[in-house]
Design a protein around this ligand. Structure first.
Ligand SMILES: [Mg+2]
Length: 296
């Protein structure tokens, strides 16, 4: 019996069928019963690029699922099932692969997500984990709906995720996104994977608007290297969203989330993101949005 089948068998035991996943691991494909509009996302993390080689494998597995749950949250979707493609460095051994899946399934249980299928393989090279998550929503929140005059709000605090290790342990804001959509009409939303400045730029570009961020309002995470880190560090996995001013006032007066909610700026006409200091002077930052490059 190969290690691959051992792994699948142990996962199959952990992932029992339920009403939303009448057929999970063990057949040629899974069958899902989705109540709502299906939302699908896929994200891959690779050793050396998204996590250092010495990262504990359970945290590798956790992160591979968590980044997808964060994308689900950013659409205001509730995740239902996860599919995992695992390519493991064979020199690491079976226990390493098992530990990756252990970290992943633990987070899946916390978020009531069924591990419904996937594939595993080994090779002589770095480990990578590719996770697809299927969820549902009543009405998705896209990046495209921000309007001039909207307020920009962010959950949690920003910066220093990589040095603090929070990029491995962050809580995906799934429940928070649900609480926010229940409380207000969110015009546009994105999760912060590449830093506030870069991701705010993406939201603005998608919506065809501009944004002004207020430097002194940005919630800087404990241990983050100041405002610059809060604006440009990646992997915060907090939510940035645009709402009408009246909704912003209401949300801030009685926040439906307990992770913190801060108004960081406002949407305007035009294009681009400007950060202003307390006196209204524009500050300049190099956007740190990380783009993966191909060798030419
Ligand atoms: Mg995203």
């Amino acid at each position: 019996m190969s290690a691959e089948f051992d792994l699948i068998r142990s996962l199959q035991r952990a992932a029992r069928p339920d009403s939303r996943t009448p057929l999970g691991i063990g057949d040629d494909a899974a069958v899902l019963n989705l109540a709502g509009r299906p939302v699908v996302c896929c994200d891959l993390i690779a050793e050396g690029t998204h996590f250092p080689a010495e990262t504990p494998p359970d945290l590798v597995g956790r992160k591979a699922l968590a980044v997808n749950l964060s994308d689900c949250a950013a659409m205001a979707a509730t995740p239902t099932a996860a599919f995992v493609g695992l390519l493991v460095d064979r020199r690491r051994g079976f226990a390493y692969a098992e530990a990756i899946m252990g970290g992943l399934t633990e987070l899946a249980e916390q978020f009531d997500v069924t591990l419904a299928g996937g594939d595993t393989a080994t090779h002589d090279g770095p480990t990578s984990v590719c996770v697809t998550v299927v969820g549902t929503c009543e009405r998705e929140v896209r990046r495209t709906g921000a309007r001039p005059g909207d307020a920009l709000l962010v959950t949690g605090s920003l910066g220093g995720s990589l040095p603090s290790g929070r990029h491995l342990t962050f809580p995906p804001r799934v429940a928070e996104a649900q609480a926010l959509v229940a409380a207000a009409n969110l015009h546009a939303m994105i999760d912060l994977s590449d830093g506030l400045l870069a991701d705010c730029g993406r939201l603005c570009e998608a919506s065809g608007v501009s944004a002004e961020l207020t430097a002194e309002a940005i919630p800087v995470a404990e241990g983050a290297a100041g405002l610059r880190a809060a604006l440009t560090d990646g992997e915060d996995f907090e939510l940035l969203f645009a709402v009408a001013e009246t909704d912003a006032v209401r949300l801030l007066a009685d926040p439906p989330v307990d992770c913190g909610l801060t108004r960081v700026g406002r949407i305007g006409a035009g294009a681009g993101v400007t950060v202003r200091d307390a006196t209204g002077e524009p500050l300049s930052f190099r956007t740190a949005g990380y783009e993966h490059q191909f060798a030419s």
